[in-house]
Ligand binder design. Sequence first.
Ligand code: ADP
Ligand code: 5GP
Length: 185
Amino acid sequence: MTDRPRLTVLSGPSGVGKSTVVAHMRKEHPEVWLSVSATTRKPRPGEQHGVQYFFVSDEEMDKLIANGELLEWAEFAGNRYGTPRRAVMDRLDAGEPVLLEIDLQGARLVRESMPEAQLVFLAPPSWEELVRRLTGRGTEAPEVIERRLAAAKVELAAESEFDTTLVNTSVEDVARELLALMKVV
Ligand code: ADP
Ligand code: 5GP
């Protein structure tokens, strides 16, 4: 069944523009289903429980992991993040295109458990631009930005593990390319 939508994983360093690209894409194509992860991170201003994330306590995250409810999970810059398994499987079984926006460690875990998944890396036009975007977003304290930039160096070095790289110069272009890769348009 070559036409069955594959699971698509979008990864890339913090601040590269993953959320921006995905939001742009879903505005025009709401049929693209984006998995909502669970996280122990605190909400940023404007983030809502069940929309950007399910915001959970450490104890709740322990339970999700222990009960096998997560398809994958990872610790990133001091917080834990994981993909609820059931919702993803239901959508794939229904033949709907599914998108995960997760970190490098999560992408590797998905590759192991679901080798048919398509891994897409979102890269910044330059290191300086990545620093500018992460700092300019203004949502993280300086020490958190430092942690995220350290993680970004590791993520950038792993680009070749991905099936495809998209460079986020233009949000519109990248959103269009991602839709084409997902065979939505
Ligand atoms: P991520 O989800 O990868 O952590 P965000 O989507 O939050 O990143 O984007 C980080 C910052 O970069 C935001 O302020 C966003 O508006 C900005 N940004 C995203 N894409 C672009 C782009 N193509 N050009 C310029 N700024 C961008
Ligand atoms: P943020 O705190 O900026 O929302 O996300 C930090 C990092 O965690 C990003 O790289 C994001 O893609 C990743 N992330 C979000 N949800 C998940 C998840 O469910 N699993 C994994 N492994 N990473 C996630």
